[in-house]
Design a protein around this ligand. Structure first.
Ligand code: GLA
Length: 675
């Protein structure tokens, strides 16, 4: 959908918004109303121009079914509007009120082991509950009718983080909905029995009513059934979003509608499918605080978000100013980290930089979570960094709407990840995310910007495509990869890829069969390793662990073999040429450091050059209509001289080359012009 803007904003962006958005979740209902004007005055000091409100306010807005109390929200709208602050209005459906569950106990979520989840926290009702769908549509409609034409309203923020804290539900109503979904998908029980391979362990179904959600059973439940249930769950949540969205759109067609994704951290929703349903993409991201290189995980999430947004600018709906409250050890961000994190998201395409939350809560489960206005108040380090970031962003209007382009794509497919992570795989040391992270980390260190792509998506624009974890690869995806390589692309495939089809059935012809001609090999047998066991390769003294394959060559050349271990004497790293391109296969686990042995060679095939800056320097480029912007972030503890001429929009400094202090950030409008 495209919106008629005021002309001030870049195409496709929020109507009337021509500045970088800055702000966070604002929950003033937790505070006396007398404190609201003071909050808003501080927002202005910090440069805040957008806040998200109402996300958890259902019990206040609709105290009893059908009775609304909008008074406090009306006053809040006016206060924010008179201060020039725009509003992202939440629909409060992630937190149904007590009266709803009292009337509809059947709408509670039931976990896989049969536990009915209680009230007193937050979290979704069962996405398949008709009563929940009806109640959420009616509160969304009431909000749209009340505020849809308010000039402060900038965007609709439907629900909160679909898929968290729970996604799948095994209630009776979910089972009924699952059966309906299966009937649509398969049409006949014969087709379902064939797809699920129900001849195995005597599961053959003769009646639809006999099929249930895959609850905990005596042993492993049919993996094809589990995989379909994961697809059904993602779709059930999506239908909840669509129902609210359509209700809002019917009343308020002129304001964009989004919901906050958790790209790369919530695994239960297939965001490729969701992307087509939102008017613009929004994401939440929290660092894994104990990871000393947490900036790499942040970059991955931001790149994935941009890819889901099909390259268009997106909103960072939430991140934190410092520590969170829900990890085992909630490490605080150190001085400068707040700006480095925010600018990395911006560099990777975010045109809105928002936090959870504006003001630290005194009560409730999140009182130890950081905020823009912390418990320590305006004399604090966090407050001064928040104000400095707000001031910095206010100088970046010209960056708005500029885009990021990448030469490398990493394949990402939720369906494959769901299937791979089920039980009874050849080794419990296999984890799809571990391989994605390792390859991504290698590319990050080499300063190559990465898009993520679905395996069946168009890949022709990329010089290099990496398949770190494509366990489930459809024939259509394999054909897509073949066309890509034949046309001159370079492909790198890691072990345990192209093993099963969309029903989690081993490909006819065996492991890797659909890619046999692309890779020039098949895998005869998996040869997983013991805990701690390592194997030596015949190249650059590198070692692998976790996994080896018994590779049978069918045209590929051996670049490295195994010196020892169960695959001794067999190929470890291979390269095959097909048409104008080349395809690499890596049959053991190499860490991010050692992966350069493969990747440097693949870069050479692809005509890519790794960056030669220090390892801890993050460089990203955004292209605007008339200029290019280099976002440079120094995560190291030494200053770095950047041989790039231009003007730093954060500090106003200009020069032929600019120094970035240890821990510093620059947004450089480069002198380089292009057509
Ligand atoms: C999520 C939620 C927020 C808040 C933060 C805390 O992202 O959307 O409401 O709970 O986590 O980190």
């Amino acid at each position: 959908m495209s919106f008629t803007g005021t002309g001030a904003e870049p195409a496709g962006w929020l109507p009337g918004v021509s500045s970088m958005l800055y702000g966070g979740d604002y929950n003033p209902e937790q505070w006396p109303e007398e404190s609201w004007p003071g909050d808003i005055e501080l927002m202005r000091q910090a440069g805040v121009n957008l806040v998200s409100i109402g996300i958890f306010s259902w019990a206040l807005i609709e105290p009893r079914r059908g009775e609304y109390d909008f008074g406090w929200m009306d006053r809040l709208f006016e206060l924010l509007h008179s201060a020039g602050i725009r509003i992202s209005l939440g629909t409060p459906t992630a937190s149904p009120p007590a009266w709803f569950f009292h009337e509809h106990p059947e709408a509670k979520v039931v976990t896989r082991d049969g536990t009915t989840l209680g009230f007193g926290s937050r979290g979704m009702a069962s996405p398949s509950s008709p009563a929940y769908r009806e109640a959420s549509v009616s509160i969304a409609t009431a909000l749209a009718e009340r505020y849809g034409n308010h000039p402060a309203l900038a965007v609709w923020h439907v629900h909160n983080e679909y898929g968290a804290p729970v996604s799948d539900c095994y209630s009776e109503q979910s089972t009924l909905a699952f059966r309906r979904w299966l009937q649509d998908r398969y049409e006949s029980l014969d087709a379902l029995n064939a797809a699920w391979g129900t001849a195995f362990w005597g599961q053959t179904y003769r009646e639809w009513e006999h099929i249930s959600a895959p609850a905990v059973a005596a042993s492993v439940v049919n993996p094809a059934q589990r995989l379909d249930f994961a697809r059904f769950t993602s779709n059930a949540l999506l239908q909840c979003f669509i129902a609210e969205r359509d209700a809002i759109r019917a009343v308020c067609p002129h304001v964009p509608i989004t919901t906050n994704f958790m790209a790369g951290t919530c695994e239960s929703v297939d965001l490729w499918k969701w992307a087509d349903e939102v008017d613009l993409v929004a994401n939440d991201h929290y660092l894994i605080a104990e990871d000393s290189r947490s900036q790499v995980g942040l970059a991955l999430s931001a790149d994935l978000t941009r890819s889901i947004a099909r390259g268009k600018p997106w909103m960072l709906m939430e991140h934190s100013t410092s520590g969170v409250n829900w990890q085992p050890r909630n490490l605080a961000k150190r001085s400068g980290e707040l700006a480095r994190n925010a600018l990395s998201h911006l560099g990777r395409g975010a045109d809105a930089v928002l936090f959870f939350q504006w003001k630290a809560s005194r009560s409730g489960a999140e009182k130890f979570h950081s905020a823009m206005l912390p418990h320590a108040g305006t004399g604090s380090r966090i407050w001064s960094e928040v104000c400095a970031l707000g001031e910095g962003l206010s100088g970046l209007d010209e960056v708005l709407g500029s885009t990021v382009s990448a030469d490398v794509a990493v394949l990402w497919d939720w369906e494959s990840f769901w299937a791979q992570d089920l039980e009874w795989r050849p080794s419990e040391d296999l984890a799809h995310r571990e391989r994605v992270n390792a390859f991504y980390d290698r590319l990050w260190r080499d300063q190559l910007t990465v898009d993520f792509a679905h395996p069946e998506a168009e890949l022709a624009q990329y010089k290099l495509v990496v398949a770190p974890a494509s366990y489930l690869l459809t024939q259509a995806a394999a054909d897509n990869l073949r066309r890509y390589v034949e046309a001159g692309g370079t492909l790198v495939v890691s072990y345990f890829s192209a093993i099963v089809n969309e029903y989690d059935a081993v490909h006819e012809g065996g492991f890797v069969a659909p890619l046999r001609d692309v890779l020039g090999l098949t895998v005869e047998e998996f040869l997983p390793l013991r805990v701690g066991e390592t194997v030596r390769l015949t190249l650059d003294a590198i070692t692998g662990d976790v996994w080896t394959d018994d590779v049978a060559l069918a045209g590929a050349e051996v670049v490295a073999g195994f010196e020892d271990g169960p695959a001794a004497g067999k190929p470890a790293i291979t390269r095959n040429t097909l048409g104008a391109g080349a395809a690499w296969y890596v049959s053991t686990r190499l860490d991010a450091e050692q992966l350069s042995v493969v990747m440097d060679r693949a870069y050479a095939d692809a005509g890519l050059v790794a960056g030669d800056g220090p390892d801890e320097l993050e460089l990203i480029r955004r292209r605007g209509a008339v200029a290019e912007y280099l976002i440079a972030i120094n995560h190291g503890n030494k200053p770095v001289d950047l041989p790039v001429g231009g003007t730093d929009l954060l500090s106003g400094e200009a020069g032929e080359s600019l120094k970035i202090e240890a821990g510093g950030v620059r947004v450089i409008r480069t002198d380089h012009r292009y057509r």
